[in-house]
Ligand binder design. Structure first.
Ligand code: PPS
Length: 194
């Protein structure tokens, strides 16, 4: 057994969630590379902060520079990436922030686990699927990564030689026809009452 099974005891603390000034939640963006997750998350964060609501963006690319710097793109590393990010998101949400997660998060089971981590703590969790077709993500190729993946310079690239499991239980589905990130962000916040 690892230490937390036997020798680590949960510490109850003195501040209840009701005593905090703000109610947190997590809005979790999933989709292929180039599907628009970051643009939407950035716009959501901007609007929330402008309205006075503490909000914080956890972006996959950025987390891989620090918290998740030890992880690559194997299936196991992606699972750990999702698990770790979900735990951190739940902590931020518990503190009263609305957390915007933007992570490819290609596996249904781990996305479901992220939801469960939140729901077990009584924290709202909203999954947003950026349903942008692979052909369109590849045509955009803002970072030139699809070209590298097709050329074999990057392996295990999502949608090319690594799977993306389409969400079965997304709360919100966004397609390119829904308009700009600003339009979509406004609609989502209205929809969620935020
Ligand atoms: S995952 O699957 O949730 O663990 O991925 P994530 O942490 O969101 O990281 C995705 C970003 O890393 C860059 N990148 C890759 N993506 C997919 N597959 C491979 N092999 C890969 N290598 C690097 C890429 O810029 C992703 O950013 P986004 O914003 O999704 O385009």
């Amino acid at each position: 057994p690892v230490a937390h099974d036997t020798n680590v005891v949960w510490q109850d603390t003195k501040v209840t969630r009701e005593q905090r000034a703000y109610r947190g939640a997590t809005i979790w963006m999933t989709g292929l590379s180039g599907s628009g997750k970051s643009s939407l998350a950035i716009e959501l964060e901007r609007r929330l902060v402008a309205s006075g609501q503490p909000a914080y963006l956890l972006d996959g690319d950025n987390l891989r520079h620090g918290l998740n710097a030890d992880l690559g793109f194997s299936d196991d590393d992606r699972r750990e990436n999702i698990r770790r990010t979900a735990e951190v998101a739940a902590l931020f949400a518990d503190s009263g922030a609305v957390v915007l997660v933007s992570l490819i998060s290609p596996f249904e089971q781990e996305r479901q686990r992220a939801r469960e981590i939140h729901e077990a703590k009584g924290l709202p969790f909203h999954e947003v699927f950026l349903d942008t077709p692979l052909a369109e993500c590849e045509a955009r190729d803002a970072k030139g990564l699809y070209a590298k993946a097709r050329a074999g310079e990057i392996t295990q690239f999502t949608g090319i030689d690594s799977p993306y499991e389409r969400p079965e239980n997304a709360d919100i589905v966004v397609t390119p026809a829904d308009g700009t990130p600003a339009d979509t962000a406004a609609a989502i916040l209205r929809n969620l009452g935020l």
